[in-house]
Design a protein around this ligand. Structure first.
Ligand code: ZN
Ligand code: ZN
Length: 153
C-alpha cells in the first residue's frame, strides 16, 4: 500500500513485450505503450471529429496500465472528468489518448504513434454522425454506434 502504482508497473513490466513510442507534435510529451492493443477503430462521432479537427479519429484500445508517460508528465493537459477524459500535451495541444471505462482503458490516437502498431482499424463506428463532406471509401464494416467488440464497454 506504500508504493505508488507507477513503481509497481515499472517493476512488473514484461521485457519480452514490444513497446511502441508515441509523442505529441511539439515533442514535450512522449509515451510508451505495449504493442498489445485489444481493438482499433475509426470513430466518426462529433466529439472525436472536433477533438482531432479531422473527419474521424483512428484509435486503438489497451489497458491503461500498459501505457506509460516517459517524458513531460508535468506538461499534460487533462480535459474531462476523472474516469473518462482526454490527455493532451499542455503546450501544443496534441490529443495523445483518452482514458475511458472508469480508468481501465486508454484509447490511443494512432496518429501520435511514432512506431507502427501490429493492429489496424477494423471498423468505422458512429457513422450516423459522419461528416457529410467525407465519404468512406474502404470496405471496413460500418456501425451506427459502437462496434460489436466494444458493446458493453
Ligand atoms: Zn506537445
Ligand atoms: Zn468518437
Amino acid at each position: 500500500m506504500c508504493s505508488s502504482s507507477n513503481n509497481d508497473e515499472a517493476l512488473t513490466r514484461d521485457p519480452a513485450v514490444e513497446r511502441l513510442a508515441g509523442e505529441c507534435s511539439c515533442g514535450a510529451v512522449a509515451y510508451s505503450v505495449a504493442n498489445e492493443f485489444r481493438y482499433a477503430l475509426n470513430c466518426h462521432c462529433s466529439q472525436c471529429r472536433k477533438a482531432t479537427g479531422s473527419a474521424f479519429k483512428p484509435f486503438a484500445g489497451i489497458e491503461l496500465h500498459k501505457l506509460q508517460i516517459v517524458r513531460g508528465s508535468d506538461a499534460l493537459l487533462r480535459v474531462g472528468e476523472e474516469g473518462a477524459h482526454d490527455i493532451r500535451c499542455g503546450r501544443c495541444g496534441s490529443l495523445l489518448f483518452s482514458v475511458v471505462r472508469n480508468n481501465l482503458f486508454a484509447h490511443v490516437t494512432l496518429g501520435t504513434l511514432v512506431d507502427t502498431p501490429a493492429i489496424r482499424p477494423t471498423a468505422h463506428i458512429f457513422v450516423d454522425s459522419k461528416a457529410a463532406w467525407y465519404e468512406i471509401t474502404d470496405s471496413l464494416p460500418q456501425f451506427h454506434g459502437f462496434a460489436e467488440s466494444r458493446r458493453g464497454g
